[in-house]
Design a protein around this ligand. Structure first.
Ligand code: 0GY
Length: 301
C-alpha cells in the first residue's frame, strides 16, 4: 500500500456547516446507528498508515447534530482512518452521558482484557472492511477468529463490503457465527436494477441467514442521480426495509468521510427516511426498536 498521507488538499470535503432542519420528525428515542468521530487529530492522531485523512469531527459536533436532527442516541463506528486505535471512539462514548455506544476495530491478536475494556467502555460490535480501496489485505482469518471470540460478550460483527465482491464471499459470510450487520446494504451498484441479479444476491443472503442485518444508510455514497432526493437508491433501501423490517438500521454516516463528489445536507438525509420506510411502524422499527435491541438490549422490556 502507498504510505502517502492524503490531506484536505486532496479534495476530501468538510461536513455540512449548516444542515437544514428536517421536515420529517423522527420518532422519540431514535438512534443514529452509523456515524463517526474523527480526532481531533492533535489529540487522537489518525493511523500512520491510512487511505485518507478526514476532517476533524469531534464528539461535541456530533452531539450538536444529534440534537439538531431530533435523534436521542448515536452508535459511533470506527473508520479505517483511525485504524485499530479506538481512543477517539471510547472517549466520545465516555462523554455521551450514556447516549452512545460503539463499534470498534481490533487487531487479530487483541487480548481478552482489551476486549473486556472495550465492552466496559460501551462497545458492542467489531467492524471488518472488505472494501478493497480501504484495506490492503482482506481480513477473512481475523474476522473468523475475532468473530468467534466476541460471541461470549454478546457482540455482533459489522461487515463493510461491495456488491461486486459478494459472490465470492457469500459462503464465507454465511459460515460466520452470531449477528452480522452489513454496512450500506452491501454497497449495491444502483445503476443496476433493484430487482436484478446483483441485489437479489444480497436479499438472498439475508433471507437465508436470519442472523444478518443491513444498514440502509448512505444514499449519498451510492447515488448516481445525486442529492437531495437520491431517487435511484430509494428502491434498493425500500426493498430491504420491507423484506426485513426487524433487521434494518439507519445512520447519517456523519461526517461523511472520504466523500469527494458532494457533501450531503444531513437534514435532507433525514427527509429521505420516510421514502424508504413509508409507515410509522417501519420507521419506529428502523430508528428505535432495532438499534435499541442491538445496542441497548438491557433497556428493552
Ligand atoms: C463509511 C464509509 C467509508 C469509509 C469508512 O472505515 C472507513 O474508512 O467507513 C467509505 O470510504 O466508503 O462507512 O462511512
Amino acid at each position: 500500500m502507498s504510505n502517502r498521507k492524503f490531506t484536505m488538499d486532496d479534495g476530501w470535503l468538510e461536513f455540512h456547516p449548516n444542515p437544514s432542519v428536517p421536515d420529517f420528525k423522527v420518532p422519540r428515542g431514535s438512534v443514529d446507528a452509523h456515524c463517526h468521530v474523527f480526532g481531533p487529530g492533535d489529540v487522537f492522531p489518525y493511523a500512520a498508515v491510512r487511505k485518507y485523512t478526514p476532517c476533524d469531527a469531534p464528539k461535541e459536533k456530533l452531539w450538536e447534530l444529534r440534537d439538531h436532527l431530533g435523534f436521542a442516541r448515536n452508535v459511533i463506528v470506527q473508520a479505517t482512518c483511525h485504524g485499530t486505535d479506538n481512543r477517539a471512539l471510547v472517549d466520545a462514548i465516555h462523554h455521551s452521558g450514556g447516549n452512545a455506544r460503539g463499534v470498534a476495530s481490533v487487531k487479530r491478536d487483541v487480548t481478552d482484557d482489551e476486549l473486556q475494556a472495550l465492552q466496559d467502555a460501551g462497545v458492542r460490535g467489531v467492524r471488518f472492511s472488505f472494501v478493497k480501496r480501504l484495506v490492503d489485505t482482506l481480513p477473512h482469518d481475523a474476522l473468523r477468529e475475532v468473530g468467534e471470540r466476541i460471541q461470549a460478550l454478546g457482540w455482533h460483527l459489522v461487515i463493510y463490503v461491495e456488491a461486486q465482491d459478494l459472490p465470492e464471499l457469500y459462503d464465507f459470510f454465511s459460515s460466520l457465527p452470531g449477528t452480522i450487520v452489513f454496512d450500506h446494504m452491501g454497497r449495491p451498484d444502483v445503476s443496476k436494477d433493484a430487482n436484478g441479479d446483483e441485489f437479489d444476491l444480497f436479499n438472498k443472503l439475508l433471507s437465508e441467514n436470519e442472523n444478518m442485518w443491513a444498514k440502509v444508510s448512505c444514499p449519498d455514497r451510492l447515488s448516481v442521480s445525486g442529492p437531495p432526493d437520491y431517487v435511484d437508491v430509494v428502491p434498493f433501501a425500500k426493498r430491504i426495509v420491507e423484506a426485513f423490517p426487524d433487521r434494518v438500521l439507519w445512520g447519517t454516516d456523519w461526517p461523511h468521510p472520504n466523500l469527494t463528489s458532494h457533501m450531503p445536507d444531513d437534514g435532507k438525509l433525514v427527509d429521505y427516511i420516510p421514502k424508504i420506510a413509508a409507515t410509522p411502524e417501519l420507521q419506529r422499527k428502523l430508528l428505535v426498536d432495532n438499534p435499541m435491541r442491538l445496542y441497548w438490549p438491557e433497556e428493552m422490556c
